[in-house]
Design a protein around this ligand. Structure first.
Ligand code: 5AD
Ligand code: SF4
Length: 461
């Protein structure tokens, strides 16, 4: 199968990922698929035979970055003529053949819907049958992409593909297609295998994950679970949190319309379901929220937050905000600042609006100047740093439970992990520890997004 270079040379593949957790998940699935076919993965670009760039389309800048990287790789091919350079993911799904025009030296482009075709595509390129573009109609079976790399502590699991929301600014429904929920049984099979492989934490993924089970049937029959849940996501959370070995369960991203009483109860009652939620708000102005077609107001957003907090008092909330959406005035922007305070976000990702071709917002006038977008971006980041610091200060002197992920990137003597509230925690280990251990950490100092401390014993000393 491995072609001309013979059996002694195992082809090395380097995968670089841009974009969201779904792309991270796709990259891992591709990696697992290629490893099964006899390739090996490498962290190093310079020793790779195949370089795969997994692209994102969400903002113009995300595409520019990936295109820049791919062009560099194309140039690199002059020195390394056998190097194969390919693009996969959302941008490819969006622009198709255009990718070959934009990127000199590109060998192949495979869209999000056709990832399972990758091994065959790479083989064909090696046999000299390139370049190849595949953004075909026949969609990859999700089961073909259920593979994971082994030896991980955390794992992402797709539960809902596509998105039916059609927010005015968003390209995702165009590239990722219609919503489709995976049957619970197949998700549970994947998670059972992960638990068997030592995974401790799973994050259930969907662009709008609370729509799980809405567009198609995921449980063959109506049923009231042991905890009395009838809705699909709470039922799934109950099942996943019951898998032996799985200590933590997360799900992302949320939408206020999905924050039902039952979901709030599931988050509060189910041991293992983390007290953290990523609940993008995008704006705090009702006028802008309407233009964005978000389907809620500032008031109903805050009501959803209140419902969750009533059931999960320790809840940490993170969010996404867009500044400079068409027509956003200073007054609208101030509404956003107020809402972010009222919601009490632990962390927030701020994005400058960027028009995406073919979306409804692209036909509106992009009337907030780049400088003003930049200013609003800075203001929100400063607000968020202050808020994050205030929220984290309360934790100084307290003991938090941390699932360790490995040595800290900056200083290898220290370790890093996350709390159940998803706060990055850097700590000095007391004795030998390994990734996947849960330790108690006494918080000694905090930053806006990070906790620092040292490990204490079970008794907190
Ligand atoms: N411009 C700027 N930000 C965007 N996002 C999505 N589309 C756009 C766009 N056209 C942001 C949203 C979303 C996050 C993943 O990216 O905040 O939640
Ligand atoms: Fe993820 Fe959206 Fe970017 Fe695709 S376009 S990688 S779905 S953020």
């Amino acid at each position: 199968m491995m072609g001309q270079q013979g059996i002694n040379h195992v082809l090395a593949v380097h995968i670089r990922t841009y974009g969201c957790q779904m792309n991270v998940r796709d990259s891992e699935a591709i990696g697992a698929l290629l490893v099964r076919q006899g390739y090996r993965l490498t962290e190093r670009e310079d020793e790779a035979d195949v370089i795969l760039i997994n692209t994102c389309s969400v903002r113009g800048k995300a595409e520019d970055k990936a295109v820049g990287k791919l062009r560099l790789m194309g140039v690199e091919k002059r020195e390394r003529p056998h190097l194969i350079v390919g693009a996969v993911g959302c941008m490819v799904q969006r622009i198709g053949r255009e990718a070959l025009k934009r990127i000199d030296g590109l060998d192949f482009a495979v869209g999000t819907h056709r990832l399972s075709a990758l091994p065959a595509v790479i083989e064909a390129i090696r046999a000299g049958r390139g370049p190849i573009v595949d953004v075909g109609e026949e969609e990859t079976e999700p089961e073909a992409l259920a593979g994971h790399l082994s030896g991980q502590v955390l794992a992402f699991v797709n539960i809902l593909l596509g998105c039916d929301r059609h927010c005015a600014y968003c390209i995702v429904p165009t590239v990722r297609g219609r919503e489709w929920s995976r049957p619970a049984e197949s998700i549970m099979r994947e998670i059972g295998a992960l638990a068997g492989d030592g995974v401790k934490e799973v994050t259930l993924l969907g662009q709008s994950v609370m729509s799980y089970g809405r567009a198609n049937v995921v449980y063959p029959e109506a049923h009231v679970s042991r905890h009395g849940f009838m809705e699909a996501l709470p039922r799934l959370l109950e099942e996943v949190s019951g898998v032996p070995g799985i200590q933590r369960v997360r799900f992302t991203s949320g939408h206020p319309s999905g924050c039902t009483e039952e979901l709030a109860r599931a988050m509060g009652e189910l041991k293992g379901v983390c007290d953290h939620l990523h609940l993008p708000v995008q704006s705090g102005s009702d006028r802008i929220l309407k233009a964005m077609r978000r389907g809620y107001t500032a008031e109903t957003y805050l009501a959803a937050v209140a419902r969750l907090r009533a059931s999960v008092p320790s809840l940490a909330l993170t969010s996404d905000v867009i500044v400079g959406f068409p027509g956003e005035t200073e007054a609208d922007f101030e509404q956003t600042r107020l809402l972010m305070d009222a919601a009490g976000f632990d962390n927030a990702y701020i994005f400058k609006y960027s028009p995406r071709e073919g979306t409804p917002a692209a036909s509106m006038v992009d009337d907030v100047t780049p400088d003003e977008k930049m200013r609003r971006n800075h203001v929100l980041l400063e607000d968020q740093d202050r808020r994050g610091l205030d929220l984290n200060r309360v934790l100084v002197g307290k003991v938090v439970e941390v699932l360790t992920e490995g040595p800290s990137l900056r200083n290898q003597d220290r370790w890093a992990g996350r709390t159940t509230t998803s706060k990055i925690t850097i700590f000095e280990p007391r004795a030998a520890i390994k990734a996947g251990d849960t330790v108690k950490v006494l918080v000694e100092r905090v930053g806006p997004q990070t906790l620092y401390g040292s490990v204490v014993g079970e008794d907190g000393i």
